[in-house]
Design a protein around this ligand. Sequence first.
Ligand code: TRP
Ligand code: SF4
Length: 405
Amino acid sequence: MSSVAVQHQRILSGMRPTGKLHLGHYHGVLKNWIKLQHEYECFFCAVDWHALTTHYDDPSLIENHVWDMVIDWLAAGVNPGSATIFIQSKVPEHAELHLLLSMITPVGWLERQPTYKEQQDKLREKDLSTYGFLGYPLLQAADILIYKSGLVPVGSDQVPHIELARDIAGRFNHIYGREPGFEEKAEAAIKKLGKKNAKLYNSLRKKFQEEGVEEALETARALVEGHASMSLGDKERLYGYLEGGGKVILPEPLAMLTEVPKMPGLDGQKMSKSYNNTIALRDEPESVEKKIRTMPTDPARVRLTDAGDPDKCPVWEFHEIYSNEEVKTWVQEGCRSASIGCIECKQPVIDCVLKEQQSFLDNAREYEENPELVKNIVNEGCERARDIARETMDDVRHAMGLSYR
Ligand code: TRP
Ligand code: SF4
């Protein structure tokens, strides 16, 4: 059951600051962010605390990594006029929510996260048997829930983390959303909708609760949402009452899976810094050209006269991302009939990557030359994020009985 209220079409996503970004980040994540920023209210967060969960032994890197990453976001086209760009550790409310949520988070839920064991195995040289690392997905849940974000654009590996955030939100609402006299208050709020809308609300609620009609739920939410003069508390009661529970304090987010072409690395494996097979967004043109020229091709094509198979060649995967149909046909036919050479085949890819990168380099220059500009953008973003985070924390503290003074 989804409790993503219509008003919560806010998007939050985060990226760990690991330094300069590469084309895998661009095609896999940033292009999508850039599209979403025009369609939703977007918050993009540099999650420096998450970076510390695995890199706690080398704090000297974090700061530069944050600025390099933010410059890459800006160079790629994340627009601070449309989206809010901010740094996790500058909104300490995330930590407070993380702590408060930890009170109701069963340890088993965290231990069962697939990433927990996977990352420990993968990063064997590090001691990740820490409290902070176990809490990684809970911190992520706090990042999301503190903005009451309805949708979280992520890759498939992150889906279990979003499900955890949903479960935690559900548990939180279940435990703390029950206020004394909830039903009476909800019934009183229904009356405030006006006679006609109250009737409609009741019939939609019945339709959803008795027949499970999801559209009825959506329509009823829109009805409440459209009631501009109603207080936030009453709205939350009405959202919660629709589904039978208490108040919805922390709406349950949904993962928004990004359908992306897999960006191969120079060697055909996934592009990743740890495989040393990347092209950075701001690599020098000469180095890009050299990297692509020396890329391995179909190993069966030893001589120019040997026919090749694009399906066995990482260069072909680049064509899939960068080339139009005409070029792709030229590659397919030319490779299989040995009528084009590999260097020849790589040239259109080189041209496209260089062209794409030129705009990154041009956009980045302004920020590289003027770090204050970047800091101002981020400071403003942190302020905006903090305003919302503070509001949520007021609700959360109140619900948990901590708003006394
Ligand atoms: N765990 C995410 C990743 O590794 C990063 C992240 C942290 C995140 N907080 C988030 C992603 C909130 C989405 C929403 O990619
Ligand atoms: Fe790969 Fe192109 Fe060479 Fe075929 S011609 S093996 S697709 S680089």
